[in-house]
Ligand binder design. Structure first.
Ligand SMILES: [Zn+2]
Ligand SMILES: [Zn+2]
Length: 390
């Protein structure tokens, strides 16, 4: 029987687990209830459970047969600080927290695959089920690596998956090479000299200079980046002043930068710093720049991308797997795991329209339970293909 038909039998289970997790969202490093559920289910399936990596991370290990090979399958556990506006029965019960990125679905479908693999055992080798905390903003994937994930649980390759609203149900997308951008943050503090607003010549205005810096930063992409390469510099905050007739002492500008390769990322960091201080200096002020590299570029290896596409094709047919899926300037902390092990990150369609088309991080988003069957089947196929019976 095809894997997908067997996984269909777990569809209701996965939907129930997913909806329970959805109703009880937990954010970065606080995923205790969610981790308890994951650990308890893995143990019930007969899978060895290890807890505590990156605080709330859970790693399940299932070894079958004699082969000395191992692969890792990774899901994320965390929710977001978003006030849910959905009114269905499984809506968030915790005001201000919501599974708005579908990590509830990612957790449920990896559990579904674990249940299937533990029952059917049609592979030879070791599967590591990696449930990481804090994918959003706090780099739980990096912390798991720092806590020794791949030393304690060696794998040859590691695979990740994310749902994609707008991509029809039953379709997958993946690409070799850079698939998601690096994400950096910057804070520029412009130090001037406060004065009466009616006597600007007696001060040094950080607001006007800050405004020039915001405009100047637009040159990084338009004038310093090779036009055939992708980059983003977005200013997202500008804070200064408290009074209508006072020129303040300082202004603070914050934002984020994205790139699809390391050289562009390096160039952006250098240019942001240079522009901010140069413009401030030109007006007799100073600019202090804190440039914080957060998530690296996510790079899928050629070989594992092929493995990934092959497994997806076994579930939905080769015509439903886009192997040239467009890269995005969003970022993903699975990129940290891909710095330590070769692997691939695939997209599974969350559907179009009301069912699954609402964008991630929106307060009305919901993971599409129908996508879990495809996702779990993909995981199962991947294991059976990559760790074949002798
Ligand atoms: Zn997200
Ligand atoms: Zn996500």
């Amino acid at each position: 029987m095809p894997v997908k038909e067997e996984i269909e039998a777990f569809a209701e289970d996965m939907a129930a687990w997913r909806r329970d997790i959805h109703a009880h969202p937990e954010t970065a490093f606080e995923e205790r209830r969610t981790a308890d559920i994951v650990a308890e289910k893995l143990a019930t399936f007969g899978i060895d459970v290890h807890r505590g990596l990156a605080k709330t991370g859970v790693v399940g290990t299932l070894s079958v047969g004699t082969a000395n090979r191992a692969i890792g399958l990774r899901a994320d556990l965390d929710a977001l600080d978003v006030l849910e506006e959905n009114e269905f029965a499984h809506a968030s019960t915790i005001p201000g927290k919501m599974h708005a990125c579908g990590h509830d679905g990612h957790t449920a479908m990896l559990l579904g695959a674990a249940k299937y693999l533990a029952e059917t055992r049609r592979f030879d080798g070791t599967v590591r089920f990696i449930f990481q905390p804090a994918e959003e903003n706090e780099a739980g994937g990096r912390v798991m690596c720092e806590d020794g994930l791949f030393d304690l649980f060696p794998v040859e390759a590691v695979y990740g998956m994310h749902n994609q609203p707008g991509l029809p149900l039953g379709k997958f997308g993946v690409r070799a090479g850079a698939a998601m951008a690096s994400a950096d943050m910057f804070t520029i503090t412009v130090h001037g000299k406060g004065s009466h607003a009616a006597h600007p010549h007696q001060g040094a205005d950080p607001i006007l200079t800050g405004a020039e810096i915001v405009a100047g930063l637009q040159r990084v992409v338009s004038r310093s980046t090779n036009p055939v390469q992708a980059a983003v510099v977005s200013v997202t905050q500008f804070h200064a002043g408290t009074n209508m007739n006072v020129i303040p002492e300082s202004a603070t500008i914050k934002g984020t930068c994205r790139a699809l390769n390391r050289e562009v990322q390096d160039m952006i960091e250098a240019r942001v710093t240079q522009l901010a201080s140069g413009i401030a200096t030109a007006h007799g002020l100073t600019a202090e720049v804190i440039y914080d590299r957060r998530y690296p570029v996510l790079v899928n290896s050629e070989e594992e991308t092929l493995c990934s596409a092959r497994a997806a094709a076994a579930v939905v047919g080769v015509e439903n797997v886009d192997t040239d899926h467009p890269p995005t300037m969003g970022s993903e902390d699975f990129a940290w795991m891909l710095l330590e092990r070769t692997g691939a990150y695939i997209r599974v369609g969350n559907g179009e329209g009301v069912d699954g088309g609402c964008v991630v991080h929106n307060s009305r988003y919901d993971f599409n339970d129908k996508a879990a069957v495809y996702g779990a089947s993909y995981w199962a196929e991947l294991v059976e293909q990559e760790l074949p019976l002798g």
